[in-house]
Design a protein around this ligand. Structure first.
Ligand SMILES: C[S@@+](CC[C@H](N)C(=O)[O-])C[C@H]1O[C@@H](n2cnc3c(N)ncnc32)[C@H](O)[C@@H]1O
Length: 204
């Protein structure tokens, strides 16, 4: 595993993420050779995207410099992986229409709702014509699992300080999420539940 040489705590974190989050299902739906992983964290999803796909180039971005460093010290050693602490808006200005696929996995719930439109607009500008947005986020379906997932995020952000939040923590309903995506200029092809202990939805 690419993360074997990281300190034990970080290694454990990557293993837990692999086991608990249905990232393999997200990676399996990605298409194209140039893929952007927004809010990549340690690069666990990027690793799944790259294994078995030497033709792919994956760029991961995240505001958390610690995580970008861990990503660069592990999966970032591959020649076709690049990890940077840069905002999605800055990358969109720097590399417009550079990607076949943009993935945003479990990130929107950590940023202020008011910033979702410019965030998604930047994702659209980063895509080539006909490109694919894969959006994975927990859904506020009113269930106890959604409440549990919310408290888990709060624990990670405010108590354990393992996750950076840029403006708030909260889940949207499926309709709200689809509305934001559509208003950003995307056509929603598919909404599906992923197999996980918490309610996750993938928009493609
Ligand atoms: C729950 S983790 C998900 C990590 C990774 N996408 C995965 O699925 O394993 C959320 C990540 O979003 C990042 N994040 C928070 N605010 C962000 C923003 N405004 N833009 C991009 N990433 C952000 C955090 O630093 C964190 O690494």
């Amino acid at each position: 595993m690419a993360f074997d040489e990281l300190p034990a705590k970080e290694r454990w974190f990557c293993r837990a993420r692999l086991k608990l989050a249905p990232l393999e299902q997200v990676a399996a739906r990605a298409s194209g050779s140039d893929i952007l992983d927004v809010g990549c964290g340690h690069g666990v999803l990027a690793a799944l995207l790259l294994y078995g796909h030497p033709e792919r180039r994956v760029v991961g971005i995240d505001p958390d410099l610690r995580k970008i460093e861990w990503a660069n010290e592990s999966i970032g050693r591959l020649p076709n992986a690049e990890f940077r602490a840069v905002t999605i808006e800055a990358l969109a200005a720097e590399r417009p229409a550079a990607f076949d696929c943009v993935i945003i996995a479990d990130v929107l719930c950590l940023i202020a709702r008011a910033t979702w439109p410019p965030f998604l607009d930047a994702a659209r500008r980063l895509l080539r014509p006909g490109g694919q947005l894969l959006l994975k986020d927990a859904e506020n379906d009113g269930s106890w699992r959604a409440v549990k997932a919310l408290w888990q995020e709060r624990l990670m952000v405010h108590v354990l300080r393992r996750t950076v939040s840029t403006g708030g923590i909260g889940f949207a309903t499926r309709e709200e999420l689809a509305g934001y995506v559509t208003r950003a200029g995307f056509a929603v092809d598919d909404i599906r539940a992923t197999r996980a202990a918490t309610p996750r939805r993938t928009f493609c």
